[in-house]
Ligand binder design. Structure first.
Ligand SMILES: Nc1nc2c(c(=O)[nH]1)N(C=O)[C@@H](CNc1ccc(C(=O)N[C@@H](CCC(=O)O)C(=O)O)cc1)CN2
Ligand SMILES: Nc1ncnc2c1ncn2[C@@H]1O[C@H](COP(=O)(O)OP(=O)(O)OP(=O)(O)O)[C@@H](O)[C@H]1O
Length: 198
């Protein structure tokens, strides 16, 4: 029988392989297919968010062909009273902080080279849009393997609503969750809004 160390080693290589595979699939999407799926995702996010009272919403600056939430924010949320913010990695392997973003604000880069607002107050999001590399039916997600969202959700009090956002090509039977993985409240893809079944 495998020891726990062997199991966690196998899990780590399974997750690393899944990440590589699903990032490659996403980056290989045809531009028209991505645009079409993105428009549908945006419509589903509107269904989910617009009936709510405006609050503070966190999103990630899109990299590596992730869904781009900026049009939703610019055209539907900011002028209805929502405030947008972006997670900032200030220190490697530490929880992230959130910095208010506005469309015309200056940008800088975090320690991983991801665009972040150059300045601006910190805030506490009510809702977070989390990019998905892979996800499963129980609402567990894989990102780029930094553990940043799990670390951040472990310390955010009150806990924001978490909405995983990605393409159907990220869906898998199981990401093989580990004890630190925090499940999502919702997953939104071009196939619709799903409430994870746990
Ligand atoms: N657009 C976007 N921004 C985001 C996230 C995300 O998923 N998407 N994050 C979600 O949590 C956080 C950053 N997560 C990261 C997790 C791991 C690595 C990382 O290990 N980078 C390696 C190089 C990776 C590579 O070569 O591709 C490194 O910097 O050494 C970077 C960022 C915050 N910002
Ligand atoms: N709450 C936590 N406290 C301490 N370490 C953590 C915590 N959450 C995650 N980690 C560490 O981060 C590592 C990477 O986590 P994981 O593989 O879940 O990343 P990910 O969810 O894909 O990344 P990201 O959130 O950055 O997109 C884990 O192996 C674990 O060691």
């Amino acid at each position: 029988m495998a020891t726990p160390t062997e199991n966690s080693g196998q899990n780590a290589s399974f997750r690393a392989r899944l990440r590589r595979e699903r990032i490659a699939l996403r980056e290989g999407m045809a531009p028209e297919a991505r645009a079409q799926a993105s428009a549908v995702i945006e419509a589903h996010l509107k269904e989910l968010l617009l009936p709510r009272l405006p609050g503070v919403i966190a999103f990630c600056w899109p990299i590596r062909s992730e869904f781009d939430a900026r049009s939703l924010l610019r055209h539907f949320l900011l002028d209805r009273g929502w405030t947008a913010c972006i997670p900032v990695v200030e220190q490697v392997d530490r929880p992230m902080v959130f910095r208010v973003w506005s469309p015309d604000g200056a940008m800088a880069r975090d320690v991983h080279g991801i665009p972040i607002p150059a300045a601006g107050p910190c805030c506490h999001p009510d809702v977070i849009l989390l990019p998905l590399v892979a996800f499963d039916g129980r609402g567990y997600r894989l990102g780029y393997g930094g553990g940043y969202f799990d670390r951040t959700l472990a310390v955010l009090n009150p806990r924001p609503w978490t909405i995983g956002v990605g393409y159907e090509l990220g869906r898998v039977d199981t990401i093989r969750p580990e004890p630190h993985d925090v499940p999502l409240d919702f997953c939104v893809t071009e196939a619709g809004v799903s409430t994870p079944n746990r």
